[in-house]
Design a protein. Sequence first.
Length: 202
Amino acid sequence: MSIEGWFIFATFWVLFVITPGPNAVNCIQTAIDIGFRKSLVCVLGILTQACLFLGLSAIGISALILTSPMLFEILRWTGVVFLIWLGVRNWLQAGRPRKDSVIAHKTLYIKAFFIAAINPKSFAGYIAAFSQFVETDVPIATQMWVIVPTALILTTLSYTGYCALGAYLGRKALDHITNFWIQRILAACFVAYGILLGLAAN
């Protein structure tokens, strides 16, 4: 991959990962609840999903999923239900005291992975990265040594930033009422993302 090609890909990926979505909302909300350091396990879950999708895109499976209407719809409606359920649950739990000790890292990791993975529209982003930026005259394996580290580093920086933002909001939202409404706004975002995903055209 040329320097120019890498720069264009990196610019695309920055825009891809900094655009607010369910991943960002989850990082912010988790950091508000349990702090910056513990919330970083969410970033690990997102990175696992990124590695999986990059690998699937490289071997063409993501493109196959996008061309299979039934499978795509199953993934889409699974995402719709999961995001709306998550939003409703968080809305009802807003303002309730939460004990750090009962939130296992494994639970946070699995939750972050599924939030990242259940949106089939994200397949399009990974397919776009490969269809637009991979050079056909260079072996894909060679280019993956450039694409994967770039994508993972930028993804890490983006969602670590969202965790830091959540931790900052958590420190500033000292009174119960402010914290309550921040949690409800974030819960409403999950529901809104679910509804938008359900309304999205195939």
